[in-house]
Design a protein around this ligand. Structure first.
Ligand SMILES: Cc1cc2nc3c(=O)[nH]c(=O)nc-3n(C[C@H](O)[C@H](O)[C@H](O)COP(=O)(O)OP(=O)(O)OC[C@H]3O[C@@H](n4cnc5c(N)ncnc54)[C@H](O)[C@@H]3O)c2cc1C
Length: 170
């Protein structure tokens, strides 16, 4: 089941109540609302997604950093990092059409006000089995050394929020 099989019905104040016409109504057509609607659709006849924007995935599910988390973002929680890593492969398989692997992903560590330093981050990544390597000189040259202690190249893909909504167009 794809969201593309959904039909778009503009609603107005005079439209009959959705609850009278559907088995389930999901409010919010972001990533979670759409995912939930697809699961419900496997079990029920008519499922409606109510979205106040003009299409699906227009808010946080589009305007984000697009990282498919592979553990690096949570260097203070082994549990969260490991959960991310376990789900990473599953997510990539499930959303293969919207995965973009062309990026070099860089994590930079601030010198000030960071809750982890570069040594802690690389030690943490080794503990969770996540690839991490010091960024090459040309990448380090992009950062102000007074503000950034170190930068690392990591293995993490991106979720293409443009290919997602187009594929899931309703
Ligand atoms: C700046 C930023 C960067 C992020 N970076 C990442 C990242 O790199 N990787 C990652 O995995 N996660 C990231 N996230 C988190 C991720 O974007 C969210 O967890 C995810 O998009 C939440 O999806 P959602 O469906 O709950 O919310 P949304 O995508 O916001 O969907 C909610 C929808 O509900 C609609 N809505 C709300 N109220 C109503 C109403 N009353 N009637 C009708 N419609 C309504 C809204 O219009 C919206 O479309 C980031 C988030 C932010 C803000």
């Amino acid at each position: 089941m794809q969201v593309s099989s959904f039909k778009f019905y503009p609603q107005s104040a005079t439209s009959p109540p959705l609850a009278d016409r559907c088995d389930a109504v999901v409010v919010g057509g972001g990533f979670y609302g759409v995912s939930l609607a697809l699961e419900l659709k496997k079990r029920m006849g008519r499922v409606a997604v109510v979205e106040r924007e003009s299409g699906l995935l227009r808010r946080a599910s589009y305007a984000n950093q697009a990282r498919v988390h592979n553990g690096y973002h949570y260097p203070r929680s082994i549990l969260t990092s490991m959960r991310s890593r376990v789900s990473y492969t599953k997510f990539r398989d499930e959303f293969a059409g919207a995965i973009d692997e062309r990026f070099t992903q860089i994590y930079a560590v601030a010198r000030r006000l960071s809750k982890v330093n570069a040594q802690q981050l690389s030690r943490f990544c080794r503990r969770i089995g996540a690839d991490i390597a010091p960024a090459p000189r040309e990448i380090m040259g992009l950062f102000n050394p007074h503000l950034v202690e170190a930068a690392f190249v990591v293995t993490e893909c991106a979720f293409d929020g443009f290919r997602g909504p187009r594929r899931w167009k309703c």
